[in-house]
Design a protein around this ligand. Structure first.
Ligand SMILES: [Fe+2]
Ligand SMILES: [Fe+2]
Length: 192
């Protein structure tokens, strides 16, 4: 068994493990549909929530935010920091150097303006994998098969609305990314 499978099995609770493999399966499907590298999609998916396991307490995540020189806005915000920290650990401790994989993990919670196809695949697979139960998740998944940009925009709108209504922590990167997709969508409409 690969290192990461072993690591995930020992560290993630069962529901998180199921989520990770669901993200992997959807990401590989989407990679095939859109002509992205399926090995990279699989790798990014398997690692994306590695810092949501029992090894990574809030204290440990805070320590990592400081150690890796990440923005201090991520302190005490595990929902926002876990992807950033995972990417840093993959790069500095696990020998993963592929920038696209690292970005896909780092930005899986928020996306970013100018995100790559692989980043979109991981972002939307995380939001729309079949184990997700929030309203609209099925629609995000269905849309992803035919229009990945539209599916990303739907997922961002959902995330932003949910975080606002629940009083959670919103990373402004989510807003910048939504605006970027909206601008693209508008240009697409104008150009027919
Ligand atoms: Fe995550
Ligand atoms: Fe996830």
């Amino acid at each position: 068994m690969d290192y990461i499978d072993e690591y995930l099995k020992n560290n993630l609770k069962p529901s998180r493990l199921d989520h990770t493999y669901n993200v992997r399966d959807l990401a590989v499907k989407l990679a095939d549909i859109y002509g992205a590298d399926r090995d990279k999609a699989e790798k990014a998916a398997l690692y994306h929530d590695m810092c949501k396991g029992k090894d990574f307490t809030d204290e440990k995540l805070n320590e990592c935010v400081i150690r890796f020189g990440l923005d201090r806005k991520y302190l005490n915000k595990s929902a926002l920091s876990h992807g950033k920290v995972a990417a840093k650990i993959m790069e500095s401790e696990l020998g993963i150097t592929d920038r696209d994989i690292l970005n896909a993990v780092s930005y899986h919670t928020t996306g970013r303006p100018g995100m790559s196809l692989l980043e979109k695949i991981i972002f939307v697979s995380d939001a729309g994998e079949p184990g997700r139960t929030y309203e609209g998740s099925d629609e995000i998944r269905e849309t992803a098969f035919t229009d990945i940009d539209k599916a990303c925009l739907m997922a961002l709108e959902k995330t932003i609305a949910y975080v606002k209504s629940s009083g959670g922590d919103l990373d402004e990167d989510s807003v910048y990314t939504r605006d970027w997709f909206m601008k693209m969508e508008k240009e697409r409409r104008e150009n027919g």
